[in-house]
Design a protein around this ligand. Sequence first.
Ligand code: 13P
Length: 345
Amino acid sequence: MDSYVLNHIAKALVGPSVGILAADESTGTIGKRFQAIGVQSTEENRRNYREMLVATEGISQYISGVILYDETIKQSSSEGLRLVDVIISKGLIPGIKVDTGAKPLAGTKDELVTEGLDGLRQRLAEYRELGARFTKWRAVITIGNDIPSSYCIHVNAHALGRFAALTQEAGMVPIVEPEVLMDGTHSIDVCHDVTRTTLKQVFYELNSQGVDLTGMLLKPNMILPGKAGSIKAEPSEIAERTIDCFQDSIPESVPGIVFLSGGQSDDEATANLDAINRKAQEIGVSWELSFSYGRGLQSAPLEIWKGDNVNRSRAQQAFYNRAYLTSAARQGKYDKVMETNLLEI
Ligand code: 13P
């Protein structure tokens, strides 16, 4: 694939005011989210929920692309249109999660390795045929007593490299996601060090495996203190530590960084993204700094939807509002007062 085309897709995904909706929860994960709101995880409910999100009027002002799950990319809307075509008709780029999940890593107690390389070349060809133009693979790095091990970082980084090379061969843009989890009581310093080590290893593998860095996006965590710890950090500190870590580990040729929300509340994920963009504008950085949020964009609409299409337009309004706020944060133009001064679709 022409490197120019991959770079063009990557840049479109991180355009000046837009970012990505991650709606690629596996059936197990969406089941947990539905359980929390008392909704049965049937194929129809999963379809209705995701159709509700992508059909939101005007959403392409704030969202560039949507990451889908295997089931969703093959589903049809309630009106019989392919969901992928609904997405394309809204001016959004369809993407697909292609890993098959994080599994226990042999020889370790609490560490994980992401699977899904077997048969990946064939699946990628099928997904491209179905309309996907970008892909995602999530590796999970856990911080705890004596972990992460260099073994865990190494095998996950190697798999990310193989996934990215295969994706580019198939003519799509890989979103390379090494997520250092925020679970635990660790300090922001530990998150900084583990993330830096992980990112360096990931770029070592991407380079060794011939991945074109101009035709990919990186999806990292922000640098945060552990969620269960007692010391919290202000957005300004998170921004400073995040950019400091990235300047030391992410090559300038990568066109964009799209953060995961990782279990932050939606307003935290917005405020932190805003602070990161403000800091980046102050010091000048080469990469676009945008978002690829799952929970950060979906918590409010999911809570309102509650499995009932009667709530559909209110849920779409909530999704639209959070996307608007996140888009403002992606430009470093968010202000807390905007949370109460919202737009009507
Ligand atoms: P969260 O924003 O909920 O962390 O999800 C993003 C994602 O796609 C994780 O793989």
